[in-house]
Design a protein around this ligand. Sequence first.
Ligand SMILES: Cc1ncc(COP(=O)(O)O)c(C=O)c1O
Length: 463
Amino acid sequence: MAHGTKMVDGALEGVRRRRAAQDRSPPRTGSCLSTAAVSGTRAARGFRWSDHHFRSMSHRRISMDWEHLTLMIGDHPSGMPVLARRLRQSLAGEASSAPTSDYLEDAITPDITPARLFLTAHAERRFSESQRLLNSISNKYVQVVGAYSVKTNPDTRLLTLARSCGFWAECISQLEVSAACRAGFGQESIILNGPAKWWPSRNSIRPKLVIADSVRELQSAIKNADTLSQAIGIRICPRIFKSRFGVSLNTEKEIDEVAGILSQFPLETGIGLHFHLASSAIGAERWVWLADSFLELVEELELRARRAIGWVDLGGGWHPDDWVQFLSESAPTIVEKLSGKAIPRTLVLEPGKAMAQPTMAVASRVITVRDGNEVVVDASIAELPDINSHPHRMMSRKKGTNKWYPVVDGAIRVYGRLCMETDVLASGVSFVHRLEPGDEVMFLDAGAYDVSMAFDFGRGQSS
Ligand SMILES: Cc1ncc(COP(=O)(O)O)c(C=O)c1O
């Protein structure tokens, strides 16, 4: 274990506090989303996926909240940026996790920075612990599968680790399918999703589950069911959430249309239903309500199609801190509900950032310190493009020493090396020691979209 570990474990209280003020999915009580409007059981349970489910409730207020929410979620795949900023004030005081000692085993700054570090020990622990929980909540009717979202970070080390721990791979293109196969995933553990799943050209892999994004795609999938995949599903989008993905089941007619198509599925082809809405964006509690409504929709479609829906895919989008809690608290209830009819089912969860985000860090060095409260480091938004969508824990270390110190609250701004006004990596922070050129600053939580969305800029090369 690296020298300094013990000290950092203790001293990270400050990081915990600072991060708690910024981080986490929406609070469990009270938020800018006017929880009051949706928290009464009647209203909460009234939020449904269709008019059929919706009729009995007065939902005007909830609609307003969800429109508001749609605006806040923005375009990021994880749906986080705007929300994370909005929540900074309201979340102060909530507990949040501090880096554990297994982060520091691999936090070794190389000679050349900025550098991305893979925190092997932490990654191994995260995947194996998650798989243990997934196994523990499976029962004789419901197998719970974690399908790692390849797009979130397709790093081979993560893919290999995911596979060796028993995860499946969720892919959104044929290139991702190839990457998954290179990492050892077989076709029986590949799920194919999204609007461009056959791009750029179809390879010979027959995935276990293919999720259609529209009624038209579902109809055409059914025609080729025998060669396409073992199971075919359809993505549903919630009623009041504006999304370009999936099928809305807002009316009886729409539900009947989808049920009609499902009823024509070849008997040997499995049927699936899928939704994805990041709990990191809408809040863990709201996500559970939504999942609950979704399970009712599964039952409704089963009744109308007179076919079992053997695949239930709840998508991804958990914040790393919420994921383990979800697996131990909410997921067992979902499994229990799905077991009710004694139908064999596979429950698919597609975590991306919940697995990958804490597994990588960006190591950097100080280039200059200006007026004592402006620090320029050699990392930038090119290596940390996701820096504004969720708070990154930070640590610093004096040149030539072994002790990492947590970054605490203060009045210092940390700029990246680029000639861009937007290249601001942190503000309102302070360092335990006076920073000088050559000192190290480590950005944690950089293992998800900070990797997959990184870009070359200012390096004298074009892509
Ligand atoms: C369908 C689907 N599954 C899983 C994910 C992974 O999300 P995250 O990395 O936020 O867990 C995404 C992200 O956009 C997605 O669209």
